[in-house]
Design a protein around this ligand. Sequence first.
Ligand SMILES: [Zn+2]
Length: 209
Amino acid sequence: MILPPANCPACQCNDQVQKVPAIHRNSYSTRMETQVTTSTSVTYDAQGNPNYTSLPQVNTVPVTHQTKLGALLAPPRLKTVPLPTGEKIILWLCPLLAIALYFSQTLFHPSFLDNLLPADSSVTRALLVILSLCGLSVALPVLLGILTHKVFFRQANERRRELRQLELVRWQSLKRQWEQFCYCHRCDCVFSASTGATAAPAQMQQLYR
Ligand SMILES: [Zn+2]
């Protein structure tokens, strides 16, 4: 038990007091456990009817547990500010566009390119084949992605950066408060060493100001 920083406001003693970050840090334990899974194999008889055979398999795997108290006393989480929905959709479509472009080119090759090619020199042709196959299918979606982020959703992303900055400041303030929280094992209460406010472990959120 680390040095208790303050007396518990409920019992006025510090012999059962521990800092919340220490409790949380030591609340994990990993042990080997056996897990039973079932594997099913299928065989077919002469008539083509399937026969299913189930075999239980025992594996020993490391499993990490956390005490209930440790989970309740978890530090504040940094909330992520999501990308604008429209941008997310377009960014998801970019790889699909790359695949679609690649296949459309391979399908239309080489007749499609012949029309574009003014002089049928072999070097130009080879270059164009390589450039069009690799370049176009990658460059266009990348360009679309950059345009989406920097141009189409520029304002939304500037707002997002501001929100992320605000969230970071908020989280840092909560984290500093959390580091001052203590827990009394006798009274089963969390209290703030700086303000003296107490709460049940499940209601630790009330201690944040
Ligand atoms: Zn106490």
